[in-house]
Design a protein around this ligand. Structure first.
Ligand SMILES: Cc1cc2nc3c(=O)[nH]c(=O)nc-3n(C[C@H](O)[C@H](O)[C@H](O)COP(=O)(O)O)c2cc1C
Length: 327
């Protein structure tokens, strides 16, 4: 029988399917359901610096007496922030108590120094690893692309040196040089990268002429191509682990990601629609490995990474040169 186990961020996973940070992983009931569905690991719903800051501001507005005492404001800010962090720490502890699969905490912040102490507390609460959900929206034309890339790499390096559990960074694909960032993060000792996050997308309600959120926040099954390409391009070039994310809805896509060199995959939308996708993915993978005579994932992982192919330059192809019809 094929052995589906993989190593990701030095953690032993019984299979490569990780439930991505999402509403499914926001409370203990959801987390238990993910484990029962067969997940190899879970990433907790992120704690957001931005959300805490805006919540604290709202509470300050509602408690005007604090605003009249200048000294009381930082004190109030601190206890409010601690309250949200403690709630998250509770989730980490409960998850560690109830689950046997690895639990990865997830934080979204941009100020690594201000968060160092909190990041260490996630480690102390028992998190097996930390995922940084990092994305600075660079809409300011005065900031050069290379500066944005450098900030991302520096941020990851600072967090990496602040804690001793494995650290991964979940990034989007909108950087001026993805290959450079991936290599920099590898050099700074980051243990893994998640390629790629899929972000919240604003839309326009044309009747009311107002901003709204996109009608469907979930991905579709054909959105995996960019993750597949970058995993194939980089997996054999770096020491760190790559987890594939976005558009992973089937066992076939998981097999493609592993062939490209991913160490694991993260599934969100397909699992929100039906958690049964995890057992479907694992049985498709097992059946495929048996048919192809592979007894472990390491026997075929990275077989189609660019470095391991004689015609690997095909992964860099971006233009349709021939006519689509009658090619
Ligand atoms: C409703 C919703 C909430 C999400 N919340 C988070 C989050 O808190 N942190 C995070 O890193 N990613 C979050 N994501 C992104 C997912 O983890 C995932 O990376 C993305 O949806 C792409 O994967 P998919 O195609 O399998 O959905 C969220 C996605 C959705 C749809």
């Amino acid at each position: 029988m094929a052995d589906l186990s993989v190593k990701y961020l030095s953690l032993e996973l019984k299979n490569p399917c990780i439930i991505a940070s999402s509403p499914l992983t926001a409370d203990i009931d959801g987390l238990v359901r993910c484990e029962k569905a067969g997940a190899g690991a879970v990433v907790l719903k992120s704690i957001f610096e931005e959300q805490i800051t805006s919540q604290v501001e709202k509470e300050l507005d509602e408690n005007e007496q604090y605003l009249t005492h200048a000294d009381a404001v930082p004190y109030f800010e601190q206890i409010s922030k601690d309250y949200y962090i403690n709630r998250y720490l509770d989730l980490v502890r409960k998850a560690k108590k109830e689950l046997s699969v690895p639990v990865i905490a997830s934080v979204n912040c941009t100020d690594a120094d201000a968060w160092t102490e909190y990041i260490r507390s996630f480690e102390a609460a028992g998190a097996d690893a930390l995922e940084l959900n990092y994305y600075p929206m660079s809409a300011d034309w005065r900031t050069e692309g290379s500066r944005v890339d450098r900030l991302a790499a520096d941020f990851a390096a600072r967090v990496r040196s602040a804690c001793s559990i494995p650290v991964s960074v979940k990034i989007g694909c909108e950087y001026s040089s993805l290959a450079w960032i991936i290599r920099q993060m590898d050099h700074s000792g980051v243990d893994g990268l998640v390629l790629f996050n899929r972000f919240y997308r604003p839309d326009i309600d044309i009747e009311n002429m107002t901003l709204t959120k996109a009608a469907n926040p979930l991905s579709s099954a054909d959105e995996y191509a960019e993750s597949l390409r970058w995993i194939a391009l980089m997996s054999a070039e770096v020491r760190l682990d790559l987890a594939a994310a976005t558009g992973i809805h089937s066992g076939e896509t998981v097999i493609k990601m592993l062939l490209a060199g991913a160490s694991a995959v993260q599934i969100c939308s397909a699992a929100i629609k039906d958690l049964g996708v995890i057992s479907e993915v694992n049985s498709t993978l097992e059946d495929w490995m048996n048919r192809h005579g592979f007894s472990t994932v390491s026997e075929f992982r990275g077989k189609l990474a660019q470095e391991n192919m004689s015609d690997g330059s095909r992964w860099e192809r971006v233009q349709y040169i021939k006519k689509l019809m009658g090619e």
